[in-house]
Design a protein. Sequence first.
Length: 317
Amino acid sequence: MSRTKSGLPSAPVIWLLTDDKPGHYNQLKGLGNRLRVLSGASIHWIDTTQIKTPLWRALLGSAPNPDPDLPAPNLILGAGTSTHRLLLALRRKRKTRTVVLMRPAFPLSWVDAAIIPEHDRAKPSKTTLITEGVINTLSPMARLTDKPEALVLIGGPSRHYNWDDDLVFNQLMHLLKTYPDWRWTISGSRRTPEVLQQRIVGLAGPKVTVVDATQTHNDWLPHTLAASRATWVTPDSNSMVFEAVTAGLPTGVFELTACPNSRVANSVAALVERGRVAAYKDHSAVMDTHRKPSPALWEADRAARWLIKLFPAGKRR
Protein backbone atom coordinates (compact mmCIF):
# COMPACT_ATOMS: atom_id res chain seq x y z
CA MET A 1 0.00 0.00 0.00
CA SER A 2 1.42 3.39 -0.92
CA ARG A 3 1.74 6.15 1.62
CA THR A 4 0.81 9.77 1.21
CA LYS A 5 3.33 12.40 2.25
CA SER A 6 3.43 16.15 2.18
CA GLY A 7 5.39 18.89 3.90
CA LEU A 8 5.55 19.15 7.66
CA PRO A 9 2.71 21.04 9.35
CA SER A 10 3.45 24.37 10.99
CA ALA A 11 3.74 22.72 14.43
CA PRO A 12 4.91 19.16 13.73
CA VAL A 13 4.90 16.23 16.12
CA ILE A 14 8.43 14.82 16.36
CA TRP A 15 9.48 11.45 17.75
CA LEU A 16 13.10 11.14 18.90
CA LEU A 17 14.37 7.55 18.93
CA THR A 18 17.16 7.14 21.46
CA ASP A 19 19.43 4.26 22.44
CA ASP A 20 20.07 6.00 25.79
CA LYS A 21 23.74 6.64 24.99
CA PRO A 22 24.77 10.16 26.06
CA GLY A 23 26.37 11.15 22.75
CA HIS A 24 23.40 10.07 20.66
CA TYR A 25 20.95 11.54 23.17
CA ASN A 26 22.67 14.92 22.97
CA GLN A 27 22.51 14.93 19.18
CA LEU A 28 18.78 14.33 19.27
CA LYS A 29 18.23 16.83 22.07
CA GLY A 30 20.21 19.55 20.31
CA LEU A 31 18.36 19.11 17.03
CA GLY A 32 14.99 18.62 18.73
CA ASN A 33 15.42 21.83 20.74
CA ARG A 34 16.07 23.88 17.62
CA LEU A 35 13.14 22.30 15.74
CA ARG A 36 10.90 23.14 18.67
CA VAL A 37 12.04 26.77 18.73
CA LEU A 38 11.92 27.28 14.96
CA SER A 39 8.74 25.36 14.11
CA GLY A 40 6.77 25.07 17.34
CA ALA A 41 7.23 21.29 17.26
CA SER A 42 6.17 19.05 20.10
CA ILE A 43 8.92 16.62 21.07
CA HIS A 44 8.37 13.03 22.24
CA TRP A 45 11.11 10.61 23.29
CA ILE A 46 11.08 6.88 22.62
CA ASP A 47 13.64 4.60 24.30
CA THR A 48 14.39 1.91 21.74
CA THR A 49 16.24 -0.18 24.34
CA GLN A 50 12.81 -1.03 25.75
CA ILE A 51 11.32 -2.04 22.39
CA LYS A 52 12.14 -5.21 20.47
CA THR A 53 11.86 -4.70 16.72
CA PRO A 54 12.30 -7.89 14.65
CA LEU A 55 14.49 -7.60 11.56
CA TRP A 56 11.57 -8.47 9.28
CA ARG A 57 9.67 -5.39 10.47
CA ALA A 58 12.64 -3.18 9.64
CA LEU A 59 13.06 -4.72 6.19
CA LEU A 60 9.37 -4.51 5.30
CA GLY A 61 8.67 -1.19 6.96
CA SER A 62 6.03 -2.79 9.11
CA ALA A 63 5.61 -0.53 12.10
CA PRO A 64 4.91 -1.76 15.59
CA ASN A 65 3.11 0.67 17.88
CA PRO A 66 5.82 1.89 20.29
CA ASP A 67 3.41 3.87 22.48
CA PRO A 68 -0.35 4.15 21.85
CA ASP A 69 -0.50 7.30 24.00
CA LEU A 70 1.78 9.29 21.69
CA PRO A 71 0.32 11.56 18.98
CA ALA A 72 0.97 10.47 15.39
CA PRO A 73 4.39 11.73 14.26
CA ASN A 74 5.18 13.99 11.33
CA LEU A 75 8.92 13.54 11.73
CA ILE A 76 10.94 10.71 13.30
CA LEU A 77 14.63 11.14 14.10
CA GLY A 78 16.95 8.28 15.07
CA ALA A 79 20.52 8.46 16.41
CA GLY A 80 22.55 5.34 17.12
CA THR A 81 22.72 2.00 15.31
CA SER A 82 20.35 0.29 17.73
CA THR A 83 17.59 2.76 16.84
CA HIS A 84 17.70 1.86 13.16
CA ARG A 85 15.39 -1.17 13.22
CA LEU A 86 12.55 0.82 14.73
CA LEU A 87 13.27 3.83 12.51
CA LEU A 88 13.05 1.65 9.40
CA ALA A 89 9.98 -0.17 10.67
CA LEU A 90 8.24 3.20 11.02
CA ARG A 91 9.27 4.55 7.63
CA ARG A 92 6.01 3.66 5.87
CA LYS A 93 3.70 5.48 8.29
CA ARG A 94 1.41 7.93 6.51
CA LYS A 95 2.34 11.61 6.65
CA THR A 96 5.63 10.77 8.36
CA ARG A 97 9.20 11.62 7.42
CA THR A 98 12.15 9.65 8.77
CA VAL A 99 15.66 11.01 9.37
CA VAL A 100 18.84 9.20 10.44
CA LEU A 101 21.60 11.07 12.29
CA MET A 102 24.71 9.23 11.10
CA ARG A 103 25.93 7.26 8.11
CA PRO A 104 23.93 4.03 8.44
CA ALA A 105 24.65 0.53 7.21
CA PHE A 106 21.40 0.50 5.21
CA PRO A 107 20.78 2.42 1.94
CA LEU A 108 20.01 6.10 2.51
CA SER A 109 17.08 5.75 0.12
CA TRP A 110 15.25 3.82 2.85
CA VAL A 111 14.77 7.04 4.85
CA ASP A 112 13.64 10.50 3.80
CA ALA A 113 16.77 12.35 4.92
CA ALA A 114 20.13 11.92 6.62
CA ILE A 115 22.28 14.26 8.71
CA ILE A 116 25.84 12.92 8.75
CA PRO A 117 29.05 14.31 10.29
CA GLU A 118 31.75 14.86 7.71
CA HIS A 119 34.14 12.40 9.37
CA ASP A 120 31.76 9.61 8.25
CA ARG A 121 32.77 10.48 4.66
CA ALA A 122 29.35 10.55 3.06
CA LYS A 123 28.45 12.59 0.00
CA PRO A 124 26.05 15.53 0.33
CA SER A 125 22.84 15.50 -1.68
CA LYS A 126 19.41 17.09 -1.70
CA THR A 127 18.40 14.79 1.16
CA THR A 128 21.79 14.40 2.89
CA LEU A 129 23.27 17.17 5.03
CA ILE A 130 26.95 16.94 6.00
CA THR A 131 27.80 18.61 9.32
CA GLU A 132 31.10 19.66 10.87
CA GLY A 133 31.23 17.14 13.69
CA VAL A 134 28.23 15.80 15.55
CA ILE A 135 25.32 17.96 16.61
CA ASN A 136 25.24 18.95 20.28
CA THR A 137 23.00 20.81 22.73
CA LEU A 138 25.14 23.94 23.08
CA SER A 139 24.26 27.29 21.54
CA PRO A 140 26.53 30.28 20.81
CA MET A 141 26.94 32.75 23.63
CA ALA A 142 25.81 36.33 23.05
CA ARG A 143 29.13 37.65 24.36
CA LEU A 144 32.28 36.39 26.01
CA THR A 145 33.25 37.30 29.54
CA ASP A 146 36.11 39.76 29.96
CA LYS A 147 37.40 37.89 33.00
CA PRO A 148 40.53 35.72 32.57
CA GLU A 149 38.77 32.42 33.27
CA ALA A 150 39.86 29.24 31.48
CA LEU A 151 38.25 25.80 31.38
CA VAL A 152 40.30 22.65 30.83
CA LEU A 153 38.60 19.38 29.84
CA ILE A 154 40.72 16.24 30.08
CA GLY A 155 39.64 13.00 28.44
CA GLY A 156 41.57 9.74 28.41
CA PRO A 157 42.73 6.77 26.34
CA SER A 158 40.83 6.19 23.12
CA ARG A 159 41.33 4.40 19.83
CA HIS A 160 41.88 7.72 18.06
CA TYR A 161 45.03 8.99 19.80
CA ASN A 162 48.08 7.55 21.52
CA TRP A 163 47.35 8.70 25.06
CA ASP A 164 50.27 9.93 27.18
CA ASP A 165 49.63 10.99 30.80
CA ASP A 166 52.97 12.80 31.13
CA LEU A 167 52.55 14.71 27.87
CA VAL A 168 49.07 15.94 28.82
CA PHE A 169 50.11 16.87 32.37
CA ASN A 170 53.25 18.71 31.23
CA GLN A 171 51.25 20.76 28.72
CA LEU A 172 48.73 21.59 31.42
CA MET A 173 51.49 22.68 33.82
CA HIS A 174 53.01 24.86 31.09
CA LEU A 175 49.70 26.65 30.59
CA LEU A 176 49.29 27.27 34.32
CA LYS A 177 52.82 28.68 34.62
CA THR A 178 52.63 30.74 31.41
CA TYR A 179 49.34 32.38 32.36
CA PRO A 180 49.48 32.77 36.16
CA ASP A 181 46.95 35.62 36.22
CA TRP A 182 44.20 33.40 34.88
CA ARG A 183 41.78 31.41 37.00
CA TRP A 184 41.55 27.78 35.89
CA THR A 185 38.78 25.20 36.17
CA ILE A 186 40.00 21.69 35.36
CA SER A 187 37.79 18.65 34.88
CA GLY A 188 38.72 15.12 34.03
CA SER A 189 36.26 12.57 32.69
CA ARG A 190 35.26 8.98 33.30
CA ARG A 191 38.05 7.96 30.92
CA THR A 192 40.81 9.91 32.67
CA PRO A 193 43.38 7.49 34.14
CA GLU A 194 43.29 7.48 37.95
CA VAL A 195 47.00 8.31 38.27
CA LEU A 196 46.60 11.39 36.07
CA GLN A 197 43.40 12.37 37.86
CA GLN A 198 45.24 12.38 41.20
CA ARG A 199 48.04 14.51 39.76
CA ILE A 200 45.44 17.01 38.55
CA VAL A 201 43.75 17.06 41.96
CA GLY A 202 47.12 18.03 43.42
CA LEU A 203 47.05 21.26 41.38
CA ALA A 204 44.06 22.67 43.27
CA GLY A 205 44.74 26.05 44.83
CA PRO A 206 43.63 29.71 44.93
CA LYS A 207 43.80 30.01 41.14
CA VAL A 208 42.91 26.42 40.23
CA THR A 209 39.63 24.61 40.80
CA VAL A 210 39.56 20.87 40.12
CA VAL A 211 36.14 19.39 39.41
CA ASP A 212 35.12 15.75 39.84
CA ALA A 213 33.36 14.94 36.57
CA THR A 214 31.28 12.23 38.23
CA GLN A 215 29.73 14.83 40.54
CA THR A 216 28.69 17.41 37.94
CA HIS A 217 25.07 18.05 36.92
CA ASN A 218 23.70 18.12 33.36
CA ASP A 219 23.99 21.90 33.04
CA TRP A 220 27.50 22.14 34.49
CA LEU A 221 29.29 22.30 31.13
CA PRO A 222 27.17 25.04 29.47
CA HIS A 223 27.18 27.08 32.69
CA THR A 224 30.95 26.76 33.04
CA LEU A 225 31.56 27.54 29.37
CA ALA A 226 29.43 30.67 29.75
CA ALA A 227 31.69 31.85 32.58
CA SER A 228 34.92 31.15 30.66
CA ARG A 229 37.03 33.16 28.27
CA ALA A 230 39.00 30.24 26.83
CA THR A 231 38.84 26.46 26.70
CA TRP A 232 41.48 23.75 26.41
CA VAL A 233 40.45 20.21 25.51
CA THR A 234 42.30 16.96 24.87
CA PRO A 235 41.52 16.03 21.24
CA ASP A 236 40.24 12.55 22.11
CA SER A 237 37.21 14.31 23.64
CA ASN A 238 35.73 15.02 20.23
CA SER A 239 32.28 15.94 21.50
CA MET A 240 33.73 18.38 24.05
CA VAL A 241 35.87 20.04 21.36
CA PHE A 242 32.78 20.68 19.23
CA GLU A 243 30.75 21.82 22.24
CA ALA A 244 33.37 24.45 23.07
CA VAL A 245 33.48 25.59 19.44
CA THR A 246 29.68 25.74 19.31
CA ALA A 247 29.64 27.94 22.40
CA GLY A 248 31.91 30.33 20.51
CA LEU A 249 34.85 30.22 22.93
CA PRO A 250 38.47 30.50 21.80
CA THR A 251 39.47 26.84 21.99
CA GLY A 252 42.78 25.03 21.96
CA VAL A 253 43.55 21.33 21.79
CA PHE A 254 46.34 19.54 23.61
CA GLU A 255 48.99 17.82 21.55
CA LEU A 256 48.63 14.04 21.23
CA THR A 257 49.76 11.71 18.45
CA ALA A 258 46.83 10.73 16.25
CA CYS A 259 46.30 7.10 15.30
CA PRO A 260 46.49 6.42 11.55
CA ASN A 261 43.24 6.84 9.60
CA SER A 262 41.26 7.98 12.63
CA ARG A 263 38.12 9.79 11.48
CA VAL A 264 37.84 11.60 14.82
CA ALA A 265 41.47 12.77 14.65
CA ASN A 266 40.91 13.93 11.08
CA SER A 267 37.87 15.95 12.14
CA VAL A 268 39.87 17.73 14.86
CA ALA A 269 42.69 18.36 12.38
CA ALA A 270 40.13 19.92 10.03
CA LEU A 271 38.99 22.27 12.80
CA VAL A 272 42.60 23.38 13.32
CA GLU A 273 43.12 23.85 9.58
CA ARG A 274 39.98 25.97 9.31
CA GLY A 275 41.02 28.10 12.25
CA ARG A 276 38.12 27.08 14.46
CA VAL A 277 40.47 25.73 17.13
CA ALA A 278 44.17 26.26 17.80
CA ALA A 279 46.90 23.68 18.14
CA TYR A 280 48.79 23.65 21.44
CA LYS A 281 51.82 25.39 19.94
CA ASP A 282 49.58 28.39 19.23
CA HIS A 283 48.36 28.70 22.82
CA SER A 284 48.93 32.46 22.84
CA ALA A 285 46.18 32.87 20.24
CA VAL A 286 43.67 31.17 22.54
CA MET A 287 44.72 33.17 25.58
CA ASP A 288 44.74 36.57 23.85
CA THR A 289 41.73 38.32 25.39
CA HIS A 290 41.84 41.03 22.71
CA ARG A 291 41.56 38.62 19.80
CA LYS A 292 38.18 38.32 18.16
CA PRO A 293 36.93 34.70 18.35
CA SER A 294 36.06 32.73 15.24
CA PRO A 295 32.39 32.58 14.19
CA ALA A 296 30.53 30.00 16.26
CA LEU A 297 29.68 26.66 14.71
CA TRP A 298 25.98 26.00 15.40
CA GLU A 299 25.23 22.80 13.50
CA ALA A 300 22.03 21.99 15.43
CA ASP A 301 20.51 25.23 14.18
CA ARG A 302 21.75 24.70 10.62
CA ALA A 303 20.41 21.14 10.55
CA ALA A 304 17.01 22.19 11.92
CA ARG A 305 16.66 24.94 9.31
CA TRP A 306 17.72 22.50 6.60
CA LEU A 307 15.02 20.01 7.62
CA ILE A 308 12.35 22.72 7.71
CA LYS A 309 13.39 23.85 4.23
CA LEU A 310 13.58 20.27 2.93
CA PHE A 311 10.07 19.49 4.19
CA PRO A 312 8.28 22.86 3.92
CA ALA A 313 4.99 23.29 5.72
CA GLY A 314 2.28 21.83 3.56
CA LYS A 315 -1.36 20.98 3.71
CA ARG A 316 -1.89 17.67 5.48
CA ARG A 317 -3.83 15.17 3.47
